[in-house]
Design a protein around this ligand. Structure first.
Ligand code: NAD
Ligand code: LMR
Length: 311
C-alpha cells in the first residue's frame, strides 16, 4: 500500500510518522513545496525506522507529483494553520487555492486514489475537493470527526476518572468551534451511558471543552495542534488500507441523509477499502437535529464564500 501525504508541516509529518512507525503502509511519499522540508523530515523518519524496525519506505519530493503516482490514499494537509484568536474559517482565502491546485495535480497521477482532506476549513475544503477531483464521492473523506471524537473521549475519560480505552463517543456536524456536535446522549463508559455517571452540568462542560479543543491547543502552543490530528488522519488511512470497516465520524457529501443536501458534513460512516462505504443514519433527537441544521447552515455559508473566491 502506498500513501502520499501532501504538506510536511506539523500535521503532515506526524501523519507520515504514525503511518511509518506503526508500519501501516509499505510506502509513504511526503511532498511539501518548501525546499528541503519533506526531504529532511522523511530522511529523519527513515533513520528512525532503523531503530523501530519498521520496513515502511519513505520518499520525498518538493514538487514532483510523478513520485506520488498510483497512491492508494493521499492525505492533504497543505495550507496554513490558524494562530491564537483566529477561527479555522478565516483560513479559507489562502487554503482554498492551495487545496484546489494540489487535488488537481494528485488526481492526474493517481486517478483511482482515495483523498483524505485535512486542511482547514476542512468541511469546505472537502466540498471543494469533491467539486474539482472528478473522483467518485466515496473516495473523498474529510478528517475532522476522528479528531474531535478523540478529544471528546479524552475529556469524558477525565471527567469519569477512567481509562479512555473504556470510553466511546462521537462528534458529528462541522469541524468548527461552534459547529461541532458532541453526542453526549450516545457516549458510553464500556457501553453504559455516561449520563448514568456524570451530571448534566459536567456533560455540558465536557461538550464545551471538546468544541473549543483545537482553539485551546492553539492558544497554548501558538499554532494549531498536530499529534492527535496526525494520529486521527493515520487512523482514517488505516481503516482504508486494512479495510477495517471502522465507524469514524467523517465529513462526506450528504444526499438527503440527516435532512441535508449539497453539502459535506461530519456524520458517522463506515470506512474501508472503498473509502467511506456507508453513512450510518442514527436517529437524532429534536435538539441534536436542530444543532445539526445550524451547523449545516454555517458550513453552507462558508461554501458560499468559496464560490466568491477567484480560484
Ligand atoms: N482537519 C483537522 O482536523 C485538522 C487538524 C489539524 C490541522 N488542520 C489543518 O491542517 C493544515 C496544516 O496544518 P499544520 O499544522 O501541518 O501546518 P504547517 O504550517 O505546519 O504545515 C503546512 C505545510 O503545508 C505546506 N504547503 C503549503 N502550500 C503547499 C503546496 N501548494 N503544496 C505542498 N505543500 C504546501 C507548507 O510548506 C507547510 O510545510 C492547516 O490548514 C490546519 O488548520 C486540520
Ligand atoms: O484547531 C485548528 O485550527 C486545527 C485543527 O482543526 C484542530 O482541531 O486541531
Amino acid at each position: 500500500m502506498k500513501v502520499t501525504v501532501i504538506g510536511a508541516g506539523n500535521v503532515g509529518a506526524t501523519t507520515a510518522d504514525v503511518l511509518s512507525y506503526r508500519q501501516i503502509v509499505d510506502e509513504v511519499v511526503l511532498l511539501d513545496i518548501k525546499e528541503g522540508l519533506s526531504e529532511g523530515k522523511s530522511l529523519d523518519m527513515l533513520q528512525a525506522t532503523t531503530l523501530t524496525g519498521s520496513l515502511t519506505r519513505l520518499i520525498s519530493s518538493t514538487n514532483d507529483y510523478s513520485l506520488t503516482a498510483n497512491s492508494d490514499v493521499v492525505v492533504i494537509t497543505s495550507g496554513v494553520p490558524r494562530k491564537p484568536g483566529m477561527t479555522r474559517e478565516e483560513l479559507i482565502g489562502v487554503n482554498a487555492g492551495i487545496v484546489k491546485s494540489v487535488v488537481e495535480q494528485i488526481v492526474k497521477y493517481s486517478p483511482n486514489t482515495i483523498l483524505v482532506i485535512v486542511s482547514n476549513p476542512m468541511d469546505t475544503m472537502t466540498y471543494l475537493a469533491h467539486k474539482v477531483a472528478g473522483l467518485p464521492p466515496n473516495r473523498i473523506i474529510g478528517m475532522g470527526g476522528a479528531l474531535d471524537s478523540a478529544r471528546f473521549v479524552t475529556y469524558l475519560s477525565k471527567a469519569l476518572n477512567c481509562s479512555p480505552a473504556d470510553v466511546q463517543g462521537m462528534v458529528i456536524g462541522g469541524h468548527g468551534d461552534t459547529t461541532m456536535i458532541p453526542l453526549t446522549r450516545l457516549a458510553s463508559y464500556r457501553g453504559v451511558p455516561v449520563t448514568q455517571f456524570l451530571s448534566a452540568e459536567t456533560l455540558k462542560q465536557v461538550a464545551a471543552d471538546t468544541m473549543v479543543g483545537g482553539a485551546t491547543l492553539t492558544k497554548l502552543i501558538g499554532t494549531s495542534a498536530w499529534y492527535a490530528p496526525g494520529a486521527a488522519s493515520a487512523a482514517v488511512v488505516e481503516s482504508i488500507v486494512r479495510d477495517q470497516k471502522r465507524i469514524i465520524p467523517s465529513c462526506v457529501p450528504l444526499n438527503g441523509e440527516y435532512g441535508q443536501k449539497d453539502i459535506c458534513l461530519g456524520v458517522p460512516v463506515i470506512i474501508g477499502k472503498n473509502g467511506w462505504e456507508k453513512i450510518i443514519d442514527i436517529q437524532l433527537n429534536s435538539e441534536e437535529q436542530e444543532l445539526f441544521n445550524k451547523s449545516a447552515e454555517a458550513v453552507r455559508n462558508m461554501n458560499n464564500v468559496l464560490a466568491t473566491l477567484n480560484l
